[in-house]
Design a binder for this molecule. Structure first.
Ligand code: SF4
Length: 227
């Protein structure tokens, strides 16, 4: 069992997306992602052009103690893709210090038991498992083009199981009227489970106020680096 994890960054901030928007949270961003989305904004977890020269290795217990020292309402395990790691020991360590764990995953890998909240953000490069979609407390769809919502709805067989399906403009498209209009029309036409979303922490620069946070990789990809 893995009990030492490669850590891209940790920071105290607030949840900038979804049902838990605005709540105090400690983030643990694990290194590594095999999915490689074209517009990834966490490219320092996987892209050779951005990965840190040295990646910190931390035990489950050390990460839990670090998180607990910030007294967050919950801990968010994110990436990269956290589910490529054995998260069992980290979940146990967080539980031992009384912290709830939330997960942000693309859903393409099995989800460990023990999360208090699961956010699945499916990606075309490696679509989600049916079990992941069924487990999701919320789904975050990245709307990169006006037809993204229809394409994803068709891909899941026309039915979303999660009670919350957030529609987030892909960040480089956040001011594109056709993308925003598609989100608005979807919510106006269908209502629940669809909800219009936004990455609220980004205009606040909330994450980067913690000196442990890394500067973000170029938003919307970096063509010079091939993504
Ligand atoms: S799944 Fe997430 S971390 Fe991985 S490449 Fe895609 S956006 Fe980036």
């Amino acid at each position: 069992m893995a009990d030492v994890y490669p850590v891209n960054e940790t920071f105290l901030s607030w949840q900038g997306e979804g049902v838990h928007l605005g709540r105090k949270a400690f983030f643990i961003r694990l290194q590594g992602c095999p999915v490689k989305c074209a517009w990834c904004d966490s490219a320092s977890t996987w892209h050779p052009g951005f990965v840190p020269k040295q990646v910190r290795k931390s035990s489950a217990e050390a990460l839990a103690a670090e998180a607990a020292s910030s007294r967050p309402e919950f801990v968010v395990l994110t990436g990269g893709e956290p589910c490529v790691h054995d998260l069992g020991p980290l979940l146990a360590a967080l539980a031992s210090v009384g912290l709830k764990a939330h997960l942000e995953t693309c859903g393409a890998y099995p989800i460990a038991r023990g999360f208090a909240w699961v956010t699945v953000s499916p990606k075309w490069a490696k679509p989600p498992l049916a079990d992941s979609l069924a487990r999701a407390d919320e789904v975050k769809l990245i709307v990169e083009a006006p037809d993204s919502i229809d394409r994803w709805t068709e891909a899941v067989g026309g039915k979303w199981l999660s009670p919350n399906v957030w529609l987030h403009p892909e960040w480089s498209q956040r001011a594109v009227p056709a993308v925003l209009r598609a989100i608005t029309e979807q919510v106006k036409s269908f209502g629940a489970p669809f909800r219009a979303g936004w990455q609220v922490h980004k205009p606040y620069a909330a994450d980067s106020l913690d000196p442990r946070a890394r500067p973000p990789a170029p938003l919307g990809g970096d063509p010079a680096n091939g993504f």
